[in-house]
Ligand binder design. Structure first.
Ligand SMILES: O=CCCCC(=O)O
Length: 483
């Protein structure tokens, strides 16, 4: 892996305008979750490094904002092309530092690259408007300007896609930015940044700060008056902290936070389609996704067949080192992740849930948990209330659709809901009742760079992707004109 080798070879640069050594000389160990080996060391940026990154973003801002939409579009298009050209290398890098199965990683690289393509197409379509005021006395001219420097904070579970989902619209809008990736997966962010520089993104327009002092560094950046927006993907707990920090400077915020997605299988669902969808909704990224189906509510007439069918599919998965191309489920990201999953499973079983398959850690090096199906999970089990972030499917039977909907909505989160029914009228009615920003109707996957991704309630604020995503990086300017 070129990039991993680069960081093993002794230099530990961070991207602040140009590649440079961190002020502190301290490094962060990056480990392979498949065997816990240290695969690289990267610079551990200080708070001063973070502020230097804001300096670099500020220095690059006027020239970047002055580029024509067409110039920005062509650079973003090039980012897409180079990323696809390097998809296999990038996918291997993601598997290596995150642990996810290579096929998932390759899917992520393609998904990530699409944000560059989508926003290359959106860049020339930042269109304002002019109208005559109702009084007829003046015109109302509305245009959109880059909001200012963007601080982008991304998680370890989609280290490429969450970075491009933020950087592409920020750059498209004419903003410069500082990216702070998760310490577990910095190599992917650095590799994507290298590709972007190669594609023509000017120095300083993107900066990457890898740091174990996340709170202090991000806090310092959010209090720098040149920063005008923060976009975060991660837990609701951290999101709340960032919202408080952002309040001091009245920053705009985009928050993609936790989920607790229900997966509802109605009595008239197509069983095989629901099982196919369940596998995608649950097992994409090994279950380590905010969008992962977290709770399955299945109509009584399909309950036993669905449970057995899901258990068969789950137990048939090939578990192994993420980087092996035939692996279907890799390790979890770290030991804490496995511990949390195990605690949730134990709690459910202690309350009466039935283990249909799995239900245990795997006894091998690395951080593996067996693909697990739990049936008859009682309503008070912690697993139905907390994000599992792992390969565990808790199933609850229902007799009354209205009660199932009540259970589905009985959560502080509202990111995504999944729904299976053969009756489109029922599907649309129930979709309307689902308290979530997104609904996947007869589908196990809703994420799409061309669609607005985001949640309601404690799952977040704002939308990413689609035509809406670029608005997070634009300020509306109204000019009242007398012509
Ligand atoms: O954990 C959530 C990251 C978002 C995944 C997606 O875009 O589907």
């Amino acid at each position: 892996m070129t990039i991993a080798r680069k960081y093993q070879s002794g230099r530990h640069p961070i991207l602040i305008g140009d590649w440079r050594d961190s002020e502190t000389g301290a490094t962060i160990e990056v480990r392979n979750p498949s065997n816990d080996d240290v695969i690289a060391h990267v610079a551990n940026a200080s708070v001063a490094d973070a502020l230097a990154a804001v300096d670099a973003a500020a220095a690059a801002a006027p020239a970047w904002a002055a580029t024509s939409p067409r110039q920005r579009a062509e650079i973003l298009r090039k980012c897409f092309e180079l990323m696809i050209a390097e998809e296999r290398e990038l996918a291997r890098l993601i598997s290596l530092e995150n642990g996810k199965a290579y096929s998932d990683a390759l899917g992520e690289v393609r998904y990530a690259a699409e944000f560059f393509r989508w926003y290359s197409e959106e860049t020339p379509r930042i269109i304002g408007e002019m109208s005559l005021a109702p009084s007829g006395q003046n015109h109302i001219l509305v245009s959109y300007e880059p909001v200012g420097i963007a601080v982008l904070v991304t998680p370890w579970n989609f280290p490429a896609a969450m970075a491009t989902r933020k950087m592409a619209p920020a750059l498209a809008a004419g903003c410069t930015c500082v990216l702070k990736p998760a310490t577990e997966t910095p190599l992917t962010a650095l590799a994507v940044a290298e590709i972007m520089l190669k594609a023509g993104v000017p120095k300083g327009a993107i900066n990457v700060i890898v740091t174990s002092r996340s709170g202090k560094s991000v806090g310092a950046m959010l209090h720098d008056p040149r920063v005008r927006t923060v976009s975060f993907t991660g837990s609701t707990e951290v999101g709340r902290i960032l919202l408080r920090e952002a309040a001091d400077q009245v920053l705009t915020t985009s928050m993609e936070l936790g989920g607790n997605a229900p997966f509802l299988v109605c009595h008239d669902a197509n069983l095989n389609a629901a099982l196919d969808g369940a596998m995608v909704a649950k097992m994409r990224n090994g279950g380590e996704a905010c969008t992962a189906a977290n709770r399955f509510y299945v109509a009584r007439n399909l309950y036993e067949d669905f449970t057995q069918g899901l258990a068969r599919r789950m137990s048939g998965l090939k578990v192994g080192d993420g980087i092996d191309e035939d692996t279907q489920l890799g390790p979890m990201v770290n030991a804490e992740a496995v511990l949390k999953i195990d605690e949730l499973v134990r709690d459910a079983v202690a309350r009466g849930a039935r283990v249909v398959t799995g239900g245990r850690r795997l006894n091998r090096p690395g951080h593996f948990y067996a693909p697990t199906v739990l049936a008859d999970v009682p309503e008070d089990a912690a697993i139905l209330k907390n994000e599992i972030f792992g390969p565990v499917a808790p199933i609850v039977p229902f007799d009354d659709e209205a009660h199932a909907m009540k259970l589905a909505n009985d959560t502080e989160f509202g990111l995504i809901s999944y729904l299976y029914t053969e009756d489109l009228k029922r599907g649309l009615r129930l979709s309307g009742q689902m308290q979530s920003g997104m609904v996947a109707l007869n589908r196990g996957l809703a994420s799409d760079p061309a669609a607005p991704f985001g949640g309601s309630k404690a799952s977040g604020l704002g939308r990413e992707g689609s035509t809406e995503g670029i608005k997070e990086y634009l300020e509306t300017k109204y000019i009242a004109v007398s012509l």
